[in-house]
Design a protein around this ligand. Structure first.
Ligand code: UDX
Length: 453
């Protein structure tokens, strides 16, 4: 079948679903993007995304105009016409840390009823190992002759388009080898079109070009995803543990990790100490892995420790600042710069910046805050006493201390002398370890990093 005849549906217009759908559409496949959220659908119809992501809007606009990307809330309109259906629904965590699979099963059930014989159902949502087997049982109960493929997603928010076009690996696993190949073919088509797509998105071609296509079994594919995220989270918590030791020993964790990471067996990536990891993936993937291992009678103390270290970081940083401010926060004015869980996104899920701002309010400080992209998104999660500003200069005016909590490029350009003029006090807490500590100190300010001696 030629690609122009292949129709694809993507369930869930979130970060993963919308990125996948728009790239399939740009590669030439007629692609339905299904969501129940009318506001999201409306934005897609207008040619943009509901979240900030570099390069995605021009692609959405182009694909919608060409009628290759079709936003809909209707399974009836989309699923019966599709050879391949991707499920990209959310998997939030339950209060006990396990993965909540309600949306995964309801999407499979609703789509399952409408899938045509021989169709392929592709799971992209991050699910605990063993979930695919349960979804397959649902299809058997529905008496559906359809194939199931686990195809986990590795894209990062902020670089989602580039990560998908210039991937390290595409992983697909399932019992039906032909269906697995069919899924791989979709990605190979995207790869063939990637130069043109990159240009349209206004993105740069990265140095890394050659990714791997890895075919495996269904359960291995599921476990690969959570294991990769757990290992990256582990690296961050490891770096943060060494940062705490550096704080007590006059070592600089940046220099330590640069040298440690120069060993190719270890690698420098994800060894940046700071306020810890946040976002829609790492926190819940770590707790989901621990819960899923426990269900199988396996303890993962190494991951429990990683999670505990991460949870400790906002408090650790607030405490360091409190000591520098003379021991107590009531009556002190502080600014938090950075509310997105990382730079390049407007996502504030489990954002350490939001957590730190709320903690500082709880401890009695008057808190102002600013983020270049996430002010609006953060409002709901921020304590009502936090005042939001439209630029960093207004946020830091007359403060006793400032906290940098997201590595936005504009914060690295903040001049030490300008800060000194705007602030009342002198405490600069660099919770991302991104500022030049010497120029901060030379301007007469007190630099506090995480493990920066
Ligand atoms: C992550 C995975 O990287 C991606 O492969 C997967 O598909 C989804 O989860 P994402 O959550 O978008 O992606 O962000 P990522 O860039 O991995 O950062 C996660 C968090 O870790 C952020 O809060 C970031 O600030 C923090 N981080 C990252 C550190 O604290 N130190 C580091 O060295 C790297």
């Amino acid at each position: 079948m030629s690609k122009s005849e292949v129709t694809v549906s993507v369930i869930g217009a979130g970060y993963v679903g919308l990125t996948t759908a728009v790239l399939l559409a740009e590669a030439g496949y007629t692609t339905y993007i299904i969501d129940i959220n009318q506001a999201r659908l409306q934005k897609i119809k207008e040619g943009r995304s509901f979240f900030y992501e570099d390069g995605i809007d021009p692609l959405i606009a182009h694909a919608v105009e060409n009628k290759k990307l079709i936003p809909t809330d209707s399974y009836d309109e989309s699923i019966p016409h599709s050879q391949v259906v991707f499920s990209c629904v959310g998997t939030p965590d339950n209060p006990d840390g396990s993965s909540n699979l309600t949306y995964v099963f309801s999407a499979a059930e609703q789509a399952g009823k409408l899938l045509k014989p021989g169709a392929v159902f592709v799971q992209k949502s991050t699910v605990p190992v063993g979930t695919g087997a349960r979804v397959e049982e649902t299809f058997v109960k529905l008496k559906k002759n359809v194939a199931y493929v686990s195809n986990p997603e590795f894209l990062r928010e902020g670089t989602a388009i580039s990560d998908t076009l210039y991937f390290d690996r595409i992983v697909a696993g399932g019992n039906d080898k032909k269906a697995v190949e069919q899924v791989m073919d979709l990605y190979k088509t995207i790869e063939r079109h990637r130069d043109k797509i990159t240009e349209r998105a206004g993105l740069k071609v990265p140095e890394h070009q050659k990714g791997q296509y890895i075919t495996t079994n269904r359960n291995s594919a599921e476990l690969i995803k959570v294991t990769a995220n757990a290992f990256l989270a582990l690296k961050i918590s490891f770096a943060n543990s060494i940062a705490k030791l550096s704080d007590h020993t006059d070592a600089d964790v940046l220099e330590v990790m640069d040298a440690v990471g120069a060993d190719r067996r270890i690698g420098r990536a994800f060894l940046n100490a700071g306020r810890g990891y946040g976002g829609g993936c790492f926190p819940k993937d770590v707790s989901g892995l621990i819960a899923s291992a426990n269900e199988h009678g396996v303890e993962l103390p190494i991951m429990t420790a990683a999670s505990d270290v991460n949870d400790s970081m906002p408090g650790y940083i607030a405490e360091k600042a409190q000591v520098a401010l003379g021991g107590s926060l009531p009556g002190k004015k502080v600014a938090v710069l950075g509310l997105a869980f990382k730079a390049g996104t407007s996502d504030v899920r489990r954002s350490p910046g939001v957590h730190i701002a709320n903690l500082l309010v709880k401890n009695g400080a008057a808190v102002s805050a600013y983020d270049p992209q996430a002010n609006q998104e953060a409002r709901e999660d921020l304590h009502q006493k936090v005042s939001l500003y439209e630029n960093w200069q207004d946020a830091v005016k007359d403060t006793d201390a400032i906290f940098i909590t997201t590595e936005w490029p504009e914060f690295s350009k903040v001049g030490a002398k300008e800060l000194r003029k705007l602030m009342d006090g002198t405490v600069v807490v660099d919770a991302m370890n991104m500022l030049d500590k010497n120029s901060i100190r030379e301007a007469g300010l007190t630099y506090i990093g995480v493990g920066r001696s």
